[in-house]
Design a protein around this ligand. Structure first.
Ligand code: PLP
Length: 378
């Protein structure tokens, strides 16, 4: 199989699996227990928290809170910040191209009386910092803008928006689920107050994530219960997966410069072949400000669903949109917000490469795409 859907999820790394195993077997203690077995699990959490802190450039490990997934982190950040600041104001700014974890959290708050501004993006899927500034009102309490888009890979001007938010004293949340472990992030330098991440996007297991919450920022609890995570996120921690996520993030940081170079080259190679050999191929997303391993294209007169089916028969796994909408026939809200027609949006294919992707796999994929495009022309 040729796996080109790393934005949907990744295969757990061997080193990560090995690091997790003891915590599934002999080190099974509850980190809240006071005896040695519990203390050992607690120590493992401390180590992973430090690993995540280092990767984000956060000041203190206590600013990292483990969650069950990226979706939980997004829900907690948005709902928690809104509820905590309800007396100050009830206006939120976000964008039209966010993941549904963010969009649906905002829609939920709208039902409770909050007002949300969904900003437009340009034709590359990028939000303009000036538009964020223009949308700020006296009652704005939260700005939530994704670091990198999960469908088209476009990277937003996070530092600029962070500066703006800081100047105005507004909380700034960033959904960095697609960016963490793949491109450099520095929460201090970028003025980020809250940041969501998810382990399974960088070779850790599914079902574990984290929310960075800057020291001094208080948001309402999302889960009520025990005193875990400094009383802010109840529920016995998923120790083995958290250990895996810590290991995975450290490895990703070590390999990032080389991996960015390698994937950037592979993407450029794929795009240049496609544009030469299938006339009319259009890149969806920003030409430069994009995740290195993402190639999202629209092929002329090819329906994505039919192409996905054909690619699958050839053993090639990719996606037509975000993971959550693949399998459904709705046109992508991201591509429509970028000004693509329904037709173009319905012909988009997303290829996302990873650590094990080779040039041979990319060449084989382009060859299959050529056959698909030629068949359509007949
Ligand atoms: N945010 C973005 C940008 C994503 O791409 C995803 C997953 O695809 C999520 C949030 C949700 O993460 P999780 O699958 O861990 O719930």
């Amino acid at each position: 199989m040729i796996y080109l859907d790393h934005a949907a999820t990744t295969r757990i790394r061997d080193e990560v699996f090995d690091a997790m195993l003891p915590y599934l077997k002999e080190e099974y203690g509850n980190p809240s227990s006071v005896y040695a077995l519990g203390r050992s699990a607690h120590k493992a959490l401390d180590r992973a928290r430090e690993q995540v802190r280092a990767a984000l450039g956060a000041r203190a490990a206590r600013e990292i809170f483990f969650t069950g997934c990226g979706t939980e982190s997004d829900n907690w950040a948005i709902r928690g910040a809104a509820l905590e600041n309800a007396q100050k104001g009830r206006h939120i700014i976000t964008t039209k191209v966010e993941h549904h974890a963010v969009l649906d959290s905002c829609k939920y708050l709208e039902k409770l009386g909050w007002e949300v501004t969904y900003l437009d993006v340009d034709s590359s899927g990028r939000v303009n910092a000036g538009d964020v500034a223009g949308a700020i009102r006296p009652d704005t309490v939260l700005i939530s803008v994704m670091f990198a888009n999960n469908e088209v890979g476009t990277i937003n001007p996070i530092r600029e928006i962070g500066e703006l938010a800081r100047e105005k004293g507004i909380l700034f949340h960033v959904d960095a689920v697609q960016a963490v472990g793949h491109v450099p992030i520095d929460v201090e330098n970028m003025g980020i107050d809250m940041l969501s991440l998810s382990g399974h996007k960088f070779y850790a297991p599914k079902g574990v994530g984290a929310l960075y919450i800057r020291n001094g920022v208080t948001i309402e609890k999302f889960l009520q219960g025990g005193a875990q995570e400094r009383r802010r996120r109840a529920g016995t921690e998923n120790v083995a997966s958290i250990v895996g996520m810590g290991e995975a993030i450290t490895l990703a940081m070590q390999e990032m410069p080389e991996e960015m170079r390698r994937l950037g080259k592979l993407s450029a190679h794929m795009l240049s072949r496609l544009q030469k050999e299938i006339p009319g191929t259009r890149l969806n997303g920003h030409a430069e400000e994009r995740l290195p391993g993402n190639v999202n294209i629209s092929l002329p007169s090819v329906r994505s669903e039919a192409a996905l089916f054909h690619l699958d028969l050839e053993g090639i796994a990719c996606s037509s949109g975000s993971a959550c909408t693949s399998g459904s026939v709705e046109a992508s809200h991201v591509l429509l917000a970028m000004g693509r027609s329904e037709r173009e949006a319905r012909s988009a294919l997303r290829f996302t490469m990873g650590r094990e992707t080779t040039r041979e796999e990319i060449d084989r994929t382009v060859d299959v795409l050529k056959i698909i495009a030629e068949q359509k022309e007949k």
